[in-house]
Design a binder for this molecule. Structure first.
Ligand SMILES: Cc1cc2nc3c(=O)[nH]c(=O)nc-3n(C[C@H](O)[C@H](O)[C@H](O)COP(=O)(O)OP(=O)(O)OC[C@H]3O[C@@H](n4cnc5c(N)ncnc54)[C@H](O)[C@@H]3O)c2cc1C
Length: 335
């Protein structure tokens, strides 16, 4: 029986799902290599930094309902990388106790990436079968980035399907979730915005969420910074809109909600998430990731385990990555 270290695994994507699975396999002794096309780890669990400003522009807070995930969240708190967000909230469902990464959402994936063999920014363009039963990863210029016994893809379904074209079709046909878009606007203001709320669930016309980023723990020395998310319907309708117009439209919508003028902005930018949130019916616990042991190909990510609200996306991604990691280590032990 080969030793676990003789089983090589490539993980495509260093979001919460990919890093969770990679750590499980790495700790079990497998030889793990992680690739991400981004400049940093974390995927949608992200923090944008410019000059003196930092914005959690993807996932806003961590909601936890699952007992295992609550245990993981406790470990992240003990490691000082997660803290309770003791803000004032409007419209947040009562079953959500908001936690956040500290000092930023990106602190969580950075911690999860520790000790992993990681290559960034490297975009994988295809996964190809090698004659010896292994998988080769190719970049956009056709360069082979190593061969592996198994590959775990954690990119959104459209990308995972393209990378495995002609090899995998069933899991994509069976997936019931849809990836929805979100326009995000980030703004820093000269003075505090006059509202007692730090996180606001809005009616979706056009804003779905507004948050005072500097009210989150370990951000209190930062200037007044806000993150605004447009609802998915309107984000998709205006997906190709110029950034400047999206910024002014969403700030105007927030001003309308406040019923008072906003302070002068000192910095604004926008980010378009084409694949922001997975929406769809809940799946059975055994289906939160996909693995074909004959092929050695696996899939994980929130889209295989859609959360019932976007605030539980990180939990969904963790559950999927955890499940994939367990399946891959069991498979490697049995080889
Ligand atoms: C605007 C917004 C708000 C959100 N709010 C919340 C919230 O409040 N609470 C919450 O829990 N969740 C929230 N979420 C959802 C949460 O962020 C996601 O559910 C979770 O982060 C998904 O993790 P993942 O690992 O499945 O995917 P991702 O984080 O998307 O990771 C996939 C990774 O794959 C990489 N990749 C893709 N293609 C390739 C390729 N070809 N080669 C190499 N790398 C590739 C990407 O760069 C990315 O890093 C929000 C998301 C967004 C965008």
């Amino acid at each position: 029986m080969p030793r676990l270290s003789e089983t090589s695994l490539a993980v495509i994507g260093s979001g919460i799902a990919g890093l969770t699975a990679a750590q499980i396999c790495h700790r079990a002794g497998m030889s793990v290599t992680v690739f991400d096309k981004g400049r940093g780890v974390g995927g949608r669990c992200a923090t944008r930094r410019r000059d003196d400003f930092a914005f959690d522009h993807g996932a806003q807070l961590i909601g936890a309902t699952d007992g295992d995930f609550k245990g993981v969240l406790r470990k992240w708190m003990i490691a000082t990388k997660a803290q309770r967000w003791k803000g004032q909230f409007s419209g947040l469902p009562a079953n959500i106790t908001p936690f956040v990464g500290a000092p930023s959402m990106s602190a969580l994936p950075k911690m999860l990436a520790e000790g992993l063999n990681l290559y960034l920014p490297v975009e994988i363009a295809s996964v190809v079968a090698e004659p010896d039963g292994q998988w080769g990863l190719l970049d956009g210029e056709g360069r082979v980035l190593g061969t592996y016994d198994a590959v775990l893809l954690t990119c959104p379904p459209e990308q995972a399907q393209r990378l495995t074209a002609g090899i995998l079709s069933e899991p994509f046909e069976q997936a019931t979730s849809t990836m929805r878009a979100v326009w995000t606007v980030m703004a820093a203001f000269q003075r505090p915005v006059k509202t007692g709320f730090d996180g606001i669930v809005m009616d979706g016309e056009p804003l779905a969420w507004a948050a005072r980023n500097n009210s989150k723990p370990q951000r209190d020395r930062a200037p007044e910074t806000w993150v605004f998310h447009a609802a998915s319907d309107i984000s998709e309708q205006f997906i190709d809109h110029p950034k400047e117009e999206v910024i002014s439209d969403l700030l105007a919508a927030f001003e309308h909600w406040l019923d008072a003028p906003l302070p002068q902005t000192i910095y604004t930018t926008a980010h378009r998430w084409r694949f922001a949130n997975a929406e769809g019916p809940a799946v059975a616990r055994d289906d939160v990731s996909f693995f074909d042991p004959g092929l050695g190909l696996a899939l994980a990510g929130d889209w295989l385990n859609p959360p019932h609200l976007p605030f539980f996306g990180i939990q969904s991604a963790w559950q999927s990555g955890h499940h994939a990691g367990q399946q891959l280590t069991q498979w490697a032990k049995a080889r």
